[in-house]
Design a protein around this ligand. Structure first.
Ligand code: PGA
Length: 245
């Protein structure tokens, strides 16, 4: 269960969040709990999450270790401050910051090299779903950004299916729609990496997940967790999602 805070909260608000959220999820053993905070708040988040069951992640990473790349942050820098996870290829990065299958792949490999767990995002836009191109888009994103990994690399990533039309819109995919996309992704994985790798891979659903719709999504056989934006900003709502059982 991963929260994606996007561009929200200051360091002080980060610390405040954890003071309420950490006790509320302290007994959650059925899921890994992750908060992906803005870069500047990662030290505060790591500090606040010490001695808790919450892992901290970034929302992006650059693929080189260091160099003259103004504004970028590298995987060794994230690992050095205690970051364990990183979201890669979120649709907002694809849409506004020119992320492509190629950059997703390079960033994923860079994160793995430093021992970070990449949460690699895929998902179709509204016009693609309306044109019945969902599977084609997912196949393209899988082939370009994920399939090129070797088996050992693949075993260490988490995939997030996020239909772009469901992100921040209040329009959740129905559990059946999400399940169909997850099952398709798992079949792509099985076709390339084998059934055991497909069964072991965690595929998160993201897009307007809330405390009151998470259970129906999680009941689907191919939905293994959630990547939560808006509803991860308030301690009570994200704790409600984590503790959905
Ligand atoms: P949302 O965002 O939960 O606010 O729809 C999900 C995401 O973008 O990861």
């Amino acid at each position: 269960m991963a929260g994606n805070w996007k561009m929200y909260k200051t360091a002080a608000q980060t610390t405040e969040f954890f003071s309420q959220f950490a006790p509320a999820v302290a007994s959650a053993t059925h899921a890994e709990v992750v908060i992906c905070a803005p870069f500047v708040n990662l030290p505060a988040a790591v500090e606040a999450a010490k001695s808790t069951n919450i892992g901290i992640g970034a929302q992006d990473v650059f693929w080189l270790k260091e160099g003259a790349y103004t504004g970028e942050v590298s995987a060794p820098m994230l690992a050095a401050i205690g970051c364990k996870w990183v979201i890669i290829g979120h649709s907002e990065r694809r849409q506004y910051f020119g992320e492509t299958e190629e950059t997703v792949l390079k960033k994923t490999v860079a994160a793995l090299e430093e021992g970070l767990t990449p949460i690699v995002c895929v998902g179709e836009r509204l016009e693609e779903r309306e044109a019945n191109a969902t599977e084609e888009v997912l196949a393209r994103q899988f082939q370009g950004g994920i399939q090129v990994l070797d088996a050992q690399q693949f075993a260490r990533i988490v995939i997030a299916y996020e239909p772009v039309w469901a992100i921040g819109t209040g329009k959740t995919a129905t559990p059946e729609m999400a399940e169909a996309a997850h099952a398709f992704l798992r079949s792509q994985i099985a076709g390339h990496f084998g059934q055991a790798a497909a069964d072991a891979c965690r595929i998160l659903y993201g897009g307007s997940v809330k405390p009151d719709n998470v259970r129906g999504l999680m009941e689907q056989p191919d939905i293994d967790g959630a990547l939560v934006g808006g509803a991860s900003l308030a301690p009570a709502s994200f704790a409600g999602i984590v503790n959905y059982l």
